[in-house]
Design a protein. Structure first.
Length: 534
C-alpha cells in the first residue's frame, strides 16, 4: 500500500481546492483543506494486472511538449481540462446533492455484475481502467462504453506516478489512451493516478491531454478484502461508504473492479446505492452526466434540460430562414452539439470539430446529427453523410432515395463505429453496422427518428408515435397517446436504464423504462427539433 504524498498536498493546496470547487465541492464537510490524504492499494502488481502473457502496449510517439497540448496525445472528444485535481462529484441542476460511483483497475471478472447492478438501479458510474487490463478484456471496455458509462484513464500498468520522470508519466497516460481509442473510438476525458499520487508535472501533462485529474473523497478500502466475499468485508465496505459519504454533499466513492476480483464490492454495491438514493442524492459520472436525463432542442435553437445540465443554446442566434435540426450528446463531457438546418454545428461544453455549413448541395438541408467515436455525423436530407472528429465515414444513401423520400435520421453503432441511416419511408441502411431490418409504415405515417440500442440494434420512431424495435429491447410506444395535432419527432435512449424517451412536436415527452422528467412548454407556432439522453 502506498500513501498519497502529503508534501504534494501542501504544495498544491490552492490547486486542489480550486479543482474541488470546480467539481461541485461546498464549504464545510466537503472542504479539502489539507484533510486526510487519499489511500489506495494494493501495491502488488499481481492484484491489479490481468494474468497471462504480457500484453504489448500500443506504440505512442515521444512527448510532444511540456507546455502545449498535442493532438497526437490529447483526447479529441474532450473539452479543455483545468490544471488541478478534483475530489468531489460535479454539481447537478437545482443544487441537489450528487454522488459519483467510481471503479478502478478494471476491467475484471466483476465488470458485468457491476454494470448489471447499476442498470437495475438506474444509476450511472465511471470506470477508470488500466490500459493493460483493457487490452486483455476488450469486450468489457466496449460494453462499458456502449451502455453509456464514462470510461477513464488509470495509466497503462498502475505505477506510482510520483516515482517516474515526465517522459515516463506521459507514456503511461498515452499508452492507456491509445488503447482506449483503439477499442471504443475515443480517448478518455478523465484521469485517475494510481494510489492518488500526483505532482505538478502530472497535472500539467494531464491538462495538455484534455484529461481532468479526478481522485476521490470516500475510500471504501474494498481492495483490502483481497477477493473475499465474507459478510464482514461487505459490511465494512458499506460502513465506510456511508460514514464517509453521508456527511458530504458531493462525494466521489472509490471502489475497485480489478482482474483479481472484488466480489465483496459487488455484494456491497446495492446497499450503497440504496443508501444514497434514500437520502436524495443524484448519481452522476465524473463528467456530471446522470445517464437518466435528457435535453430537448426546439426549432428556434433553445435547449431545455430535464435531469441534465444545460450549457447554452442557439436561441435567438439563428440566421433568418435557419432552424435547429438536431442535437447530439458528447458521452465523455456531458455536453452537446447543436445542428442547424444549414449544416452548421455549434458546440456547448463539447469540442468544436467542424460543420457541414457551405457543403450542402442547393436545396438540401441538414436533418440529423449523431455522436460517434469522439466526434459526430451530420446527415443531409438527400442522404449525404458528413463525418467530423473521431467519427468515420462509411458511405451514404445519396442518390438512392425514391422521389419524395428524405433521409430522416442517423444512429451510430458504438460497437463498430459504423452507422444506420433512416429514410422517411422506414427504410434503414447499415454502413459498417449490422442490418436489422426496416420499419413497415401505415397509411399517412412517416419514419421520423432512429436511435441506437444498448442491445446492438436500433429503434425506429414513426410520426404516429410507434416505436419499432429492430434488434433492440421494446418497452412501449406513444401511439394513441400523442396530444391533439402533435406528431412524434424525436427518440433518445437512457444510458442508465437502456429505456427510451419519445418526443412530440409540441414538447410532450413519453418515458418508457426511463425516468419521466417533464415536458417542454414552447410558444404557440413553435415545435421541437430533437432530444438526447444524457
Amino acid at each position: 500500500m502506498r500513501v498519497f504524498n502529503k508534501c504534494v498536498v501542501s504544495a498544491l493546496t490552492a490547486v486542489t481546492v480550486l479543482g474541488a470547487m470546480a467539481a461541485g465541492a461546498v464549504a464545510g464537510p466537503d472542504a479539502i483543506a489539507g484533510g486526510p490524504p487519499p489511500v489506495e492499494g494494493p501495491s502488488d502488481p499481481a492484484a491489479v494486472l490481468a494474468g497471462g502473457p504480457l500484453v504489448a502496449p500500443p506504440t505512442v510517439g515521444p512527448l510532444a511538449s511540456m507546455t502545449l497540448r498535442s493532438a497526437a496525445h490529447g483526447s479529441a472528444g474532450c473539452v479543455a481540462a483545468p490544471n488541478g485535481a478534483s475530489f468531489y462529484a460535479p454539481a447537478v441542476p437545482g443544487g441537489a446533492k450528487s454522488v459519483a460511483l467510481t471503479f478502478d483497475d478494471g476491467p475484471g471478472p466483476n465488470t458485468a455484475q457491476i454494470i448489471a447492478l447499476l442498470r437495475q438501479s438506474g444509476v450511472t458510474g465511471t470506470f477508470l481502467n488500466i490500459g493493460a487490463n483493457a487490452a486483455r478484456f476488450p469486450s468489457l471496455v466496449r460494453q462499458e462504453a456502449a451502455l453509456g458509462y464514462q470510461v477513464g484513464n488509470h495509466t497503462w500498468d498502475h505505477p506510482d506516478m510520483n516515482t517516474l520522470s515526465a517522459v515516463s508519466q506521459a507514456k503511461e497516460m498515452d499508452m492507456a489512451t491509445a488503447e482506449q481509442q483503439s477499442l471504443i473510438g475515443w480517448g478518455p476525458c478523465v484521469f485517475r493516478p494510481p494510489y492518488g499520487n500526483y505532482n505538478p508535472t502530472l497535472l500539467s501533462l494531464a491538462q495538455q491531454r484534455n484529461m481532468r485529474v479526478f481522485n476521490w473523497s470516500v475510500d471504501t478500502e474494498d481492495w483490502k478484502a483481497n477477493g473475499s466475499a465474507a459478510a464482514s468485508w461487505v459490511n465494512r465496505i458499506i460502513s465506510l461508504a456511508e460514514s464517509e459519504g453521508g456527511p458530504q454533499a458531493h462525494p466521489v466513492i472509490l471502489m475497485h473492479n480489478a482482474p483479481s476480483g472484488d466480489p465483496a464490492t459487488v455484494a456491497a454495491l446495492p446497499t450503497i446505492i440504496r443508501y444514497f438514493q434514500s437520502r436524495g442524492y443524484t448519481f452522476v459520472n465524473l463528467a456530471g452526466s446522470q445517464g437518466s436525463g435528457y435535453q430537448v432542442v426546439t426549432t428556434g435553437g433553445y435547449v431545455y434540460g430535464f435531469g441534465a445540465a444545460g450549457y447554452g443554446s442557439a436561441g435567438g442566434k439563428l440566421a433568418p430562414g435557419v432552424s435547429a435540426a438536431g442535437i447530439a450528446a458528447d458521452p465523455e463531457t456531458g455536453g452537446y452539439w447543436l445542428l442547424s438546418s444549414d449544416g452548421a454545428v455549434t458546440a456547448y461544453h463539447a469540442p468544436p470539430l467542424g460543420s457541414a455549413a457551405g457543403k450542402l448541395p442547393n436545396g438540401v438541408t441538414a436533418t440529423a446529427i449523431a455522436a460517434s467515436h469522439g466526434g459526430y455525423l451530420v446527415l443531409a436530407s438527400d442522404g449525404g453523410v458528413y463525418a467530423f472528429g473521431g467519427a468515420a465515414y462509411h458511405g451514404s444513401v445519396r442518390g438512392q432515395l425514391p422521389k419524395g423520400v428524405k433521409a430522416a435520421g442517423i444512429a451510430a453503432d458504438a460497437a463498430t463505429g459504423g452507422y444506420w441511416i433512416l429514410a422517411s419511408d422506414g427504410w434503414v441502411a447499415g454502413f459498417a453496422a449490422p442490418a436489422k431490418g426496416s420499419a413497415k409504415l401505415g397509411a399517412g405515417e412517416q419514419a421520423t427518428a432512429i436511435a441506437a440500442s444498448p442491445q446492438g440494434g436500433y429503434l425506429v420512431l414513426t410520426s404516429k408515435g410507434r416505436a419499432v424495435a429492430l434488434g433492440a429491447a421494446y418497452y412501449g410506444q406513444a401511439a394513441g397517446k400523442l396530444p391533439g395535432g402533435a406528431t412524434a419527432i424525436g427518440l433518445a435512449v437512457s444510458p442508465a436504464t437502456g429505456g427510451y424517451w419519445i418526443l412530440a412536436s409540441n414538447g410532450w415527452v413519453g418515458a418508457y423504462h426511463a425516468p419521466a422528467r417533464g415536458a417542454v412548454k414552447i410558444p404557440a407556432g413553435h415545435r421541437t427539433a430533437g432530444i438526447i439522453g444524457i
